[in-house]
Ligand binder design. Structure first.
Ligand code: GLN
Length: 485
């Protein structure tokens, strides 16, 4: 049962092959057996999951089910979940029980999905390896000595290890696509504003976007159908109905113009990763697409611009954790300043503190113009690069991340080398365009992901290209060795 994706589970539940309670129990058993090694979950909600599954079974019997009713899934621990701890991977929120559901969670709950737990993540989503989590690193199911990527490493590892068929995730600079790529699963970051950020703990508000990690493009389309749409509670949510993501899935790729950004194949790209990507591009060509070289000349500025904008916004967003209203509070504060100082010193980890300091510096008087304003200008140039490219091509294709999954501990001492794992993913966030990572091959036994990016609100097209690729390949069907007991 655990091998099935969402569409197959939906079909099996509808015809009574098994019940949601049976499936949920099966997955909870797998989590109990396998997760001590992987650490993909921060919280497992066994009792409430079984109750939700029983309610879903009743709904299926009553004939009021949706295609997602009774399907188990997990939420990244950055999404507020009513009555369930929402830690954001931080000691600061270790004691925080969210009083309400994020819009995304509410929508999936209303559709009848069963939440089995909350997944591990880099603290406040700052990281590319899930190593900055207060709860310890998640391990990559393909090789447990390696990182699963981050920050949504728990969601990616849980889906790859068949502990859940899908999980929510968020992407500020690559946190859906990079872990999906390193774990051999499918990860979609929608257009900025497509999915509500209400109840999604803020890291860098102008970049953060919620999305999905699932086995394949079809399952991602099913989930996005429910998650996408206007939300008056999020002022950056776009007032535009969700598109039909399922209808165009099978459309032919004949004549599709796929742009290959030359800047994404330069120095720094691992040879094995590059070879797998070239082979995947060849497959897209066989499917009828035309490959066209394009240039995104400002690509090299993405990382420096991102690592000014993201820390600047995080320093502002994280100022709310003051030890007064919620979250960690130090013991016996002497006065207010001591309360603020020690609560934050104890509650935040090293990487978060580093970013708050960088961001506070970049925003301070006299430096704002030199750093934040300059970075925002670069952002506009990057957006213009994409706009120019999309006058010539329909989608862009290239690598997700320059290397294979690296060893746990390999980059923790060198933040800049960690930041460079985001070199191909941050441009989409800076511009706000959608992008998807799909399994596209293996190198040394580790998964390699292909990234497809499109113009604003082109999720349906990206899912279509990904789905056609997945009909012709079986990379997305490979499961890590040793995950079947
Ligand atoms: N790795 C990037 C960072 O550390 C992106 C993280 C994310 O997308 N949340 O900021």
């Amino acid at each position: 049962m655990h091998q099935l994706g969402i569409s197959d589970i939906g079909a099996a539940l509808a015809c009574g092959d098994f019940s949601s309670v049976e499936l949920t129990r099966n997955l909870l058993d797998r989590i109990a057996a396998l997760d001590p090694r992987l650490n993909a979950f921060i919280t497992v909600c066994a009792d409430s999951a079984l109750a939700e599954a029983a309610a879903a079974d009743a709904r299926i019997r009553a004939g009021t089910a949706t295609p997602l009713t009774g399907v188990p899934y997990a939420n990244k621990d950055i999404f507020c979940t009513e009555g369930v701890r929402t830690s954001c991977g931080s000691r600061m929120l270790d004691n925080f029980i969210a009083p309400y559901d994020a819009t995304v969670v509410e929508r999936l709950r209303n559709a009848g999905m069963v939440m089995v737990g909350k997944t591990n993540m880099d603290e406040f989503a700052m990281g590319s390896s899930t190593e900055t989590s207060f709860y310890g690193p998640t391990r990559n199911p393909w090789d447990t000595a390696r990182v699963p990527g981050g920050s949504s490493g728990g969601s990616a590892a849980a889906v790859a290890a068949r502990l859940v068929p899908a999980a929510t995730a968020t992407d500020t600079g690559g946190s859906i696509r990079q872990p999906a790529s390193l774990c051999g699963v499918t990860g979609l970051k929608p257009t900025y504003g497509r999915v509500s950020r209400y109840g999604m703990i803020a890291y860098a508000s102008s970049l953060d976007q919620g999305g999905v990690i699932a086995r394949d493009a079809r399952d991602s389309a099913l989930l996005l159908t429910v998650m996408a749409g206007f939300d008056p509670r999020d002022s950056t949510s776009v007032d535009r109905p969700a598109d039909d993501y399922l209808g165009p899935l099978e459309d032919s790729l004949a004549g599709l113009r796929i742009g290959v950004p030359i800047e994404y194949f330069g120095a720094g790209l691992d040879e094995g990763v590059g070879a797998a990507i070239q082979a995947a591009l060849g497959e897209l060509e066989r499917l009828g697409a035309r490959l066209i070289d394009v240039s995104l000349p400002n690509s090299a500025l993405s990382i420096p611009a991102y690592y000014v904008v993201a820390p600047a916004e995080c320093s502002s967003n994280l100022s709310r954790y003051d030890g007064v209203r919620f979250g960690h509070r130090c013991e016996e504060p002497r006065d207010l300043v001591d309360l603020y100082g020690r609560s934050r010193a104890e509650g935040f980890g090293r990487e978060v503190k580093r970013r708050i300091m960088i961001g506070t510096y970049a925003l301070s008087s006299g430096y704002f113009d030199a750093y934040y304003l300059k970075a925002q200008r670069i952002r506009r140039l990057i957006q213009a690069d994409f706009r120019a490219a999309f006058t010539k091509v329909d989608v862009l294709a290239g690598p997700v991340t320059p290397t294979l999954a690296f060893m746990i501990g390999e980059k923790t001492g060198d933040p800049v080398s960690m930041y460079l794992s985001d070199v191909y993913t941050v441009p989409a966030n800076l511009a706000g365009i959608p992008a998807i990572a799909i399994p596209a091959g293996f190198c040394a036994g580790l998964p390699v992901g292909l990234q497809l990016a499109g113009d604003y609100f082109s999720e349906a097209r990206l899912l279509n290209v990904a789905h056609r690729f997945q009909l012709a390949t079986d990379w997305h069907r490979q499961a890590p060795p040793g995950i079947d007991r």
